[in-house]
Ligand binder design. Structure first.
Ligand code: FES
Ligand code: FES
Length: 148
């Protein structure tokens, strides 16, 4: 049995230790906001935060979840409101097909208010958008970054 916290709630997971965290989230916990793009650690669509660090959940086995805290896109909003980063993606058009968007947001979460374009590009270096249009994504992060 694997014990961890997911979006602040204690969970006990009876899953194979080599099951991908991406699949545990989507199939066992119903948290389908985390997306699969490449499944090979190349695109960042599956980014979640484990103990505050952004990771590609398609590369992490469930065994690594024991004793850690996981944060997914579902954990960001509060009191029925979107997180400022989520809101900014809506306002600035940063979400096109939306597949990369949760990963982009989870990767950008630690950026402080007023982050520079260079800092934003560095934070999102591992996140690919196949709809193109990175300018709207950078604009969204610039508007919504609040730091962690
Ligand atoms: S789906 Fe995990 S990095 Fe692409
Ligand atoms: S919005 Fe479609 S992949 Fe980025």
């Amino acid at each position: 049995m694997i014990a961890c916290k997911v979006n602040g709630t204690s969970r006990r997971l009876n899953v194979h230790p080599m099951k991908r965290v991406l699949d545990v989230l989507r199939e066992d916990l119903g948290l389908t906001g985390t997306k699969e793009g490449c499944g090979e650690g190349e695109c960042g669509a599956c980014t979640v935060r484990i103990d505050g660090v952004p990771v590609n959940s398609c590369l992490v086995p469930a065994a690594h979840l024991d004793g850690v805290s996981v944060e997914t896109i579902e954990g960001l909003g509060a009191n029925g409101k979107l997180h400022p980063l989520q809101d900014a993606f809506v306002v600035e058009g940063g979400a096109q097909c939306g597949i990369c968007t949760p990963g982009m947001i989870m990767a950008a979460l630690q950026l402080p208010r007023g982050a520079s374009t260079v800092d934003i590009q560095a934070a999102l270096a591992g996140n690919l958008c196949r709809c193109t249009g990175y300018e709207a994504i950078y604009r969204s992060v610039k508007k919504g970054a609040r730091g962690r």
